[in-house]
Ligand binder design. Structure first.
Ligand SMILES: Nc1ncnc2c1ncn2[C@@H]1O[C@H](COP(=O)(O)OP(=O)(O)OP(=O)(O)O)[C@@H](O)[C@H]1O
Length: 257
């Protein structure tokens, strides 16, 4: 069962300095329930690919389907939730109010909204914080609230653009564990952009290594790690070997001149 399929997807931005080939001939299949990380140096097109899947950019070549539909149809069918790098919560709304906003726009009843808010706050371990304002929460809690907001649509795909990039390592470790837990509980398909090799290896069932100029996929690594992953799996030889493969993939695709 395929969640996302890209076939020879290219995306070129016209700029004043000439065309920028953000993506070139990207082909990839993401099955339902996969946790796929996109890793690569700055400018390799990770965000552009995620945005194209979310119909926020339009490819200039190739085909892209999400749940068998065009990205635009999938967006209208609310096939995915999207988590941005910054939490982007409205400071004048409570956490529950922030989660509620898109549901209000979508026309959910007050009772349905309340039920969804309770469920997603529980999923991200923020039960009891719905009445707080964003500025009363730590950065990690704010990012969990933004994940709750994306989960409230109850879409089976979650797209996450470097959601933990701005957080310190201890908070990030905890959120990585929480995200894996959430993924196992919900069975969602997750597309996750990161710069961190350990984060990609710890979280993913597949790791997509990308390289810039033009942005393309250089390696797709299927993880042999079990789905149950305590944090100390990072000290095992299997984990270290996988991290080494990712590092080699990054090195292959990168010229340092
Ligand atoms: N709207 C745009 N107009 C012109 N060029 C763009 C636009 N968006 C992205 N690009 C260019 O496309 C390339 C890919 O950008 P993208 O943001 O997808 O990379 P990335 O791998 O996510 O980088 P980072 O890790 O720094 O976020 C870059 O060269 C970038 O400058």
């Amino acid at each position: 069962m395929t969640a996302i399929q890209a076939r020879d997807v290219s995306l070129t931005f016209p700029t004043a300095d000439g065309p920028v080939h953000a993506l070139k001939d990207v082909s990839l299949t993401i099955e339902r329930g996969d946790f796929v990380s996109f890793i690569g140096p700055s400018g390799c097109g990770k965000t552009t690919l995620l945005r194209a899947i979310a119909a926020l950019e339009t490819p200039t070549g190739g085909t892209l389907t999400v749940n068998g539909m065009t990205p635009d149809a999938a967006r209208k069918a609310r096939a995915y939730g999207y988590v941005f790098q910054a939490p982007g919560l409205y400071p004048w709304r409570t956490i529950a109010g922030n989660i509620s906003l898109p549901l209000e726009i979508m026309g959910f009843s007050r009772a349905e909204r309340a039920q969804r808010i309770t469920r997603v706050l529980d999923l991200v371990d923020l039960t009891g914080f719905g009445g707080k304002f964003p500025w009363q929460l730590s950065g990690g809690m704010q990012q969990r609230a933004s994940i709750a907001r994306a989960l409230a649509f109850d879409a089976d795909i979650l797209l996450m653009d470097e959601p933990f990039g701005a957080l310190d390592e201890i908070v990030r470790d905890r959120l990585n564990e929480a995200l894996l837990d959430l993924w196992k509980k919900t069975g969602k398909t997750i597309g996750f952009v990161t710069h961190s090799i350990p984060e990609a290896v710890y979280l993913s069932t597949r790791i997509v290594v990308m390289s810039p100029r033009p942005g393309r996929i250089t390696r797709v690594i299927d993880s042999p790690l079990p789905r149950d992953r305590p944090l100390d799996i990072r000290d095992t030889p299997e984990f270290i070997a996988l991290a080494q493969q990712v590092r080699e993939g990054l090195r292959e695709g990168h010229s340092y001149d």
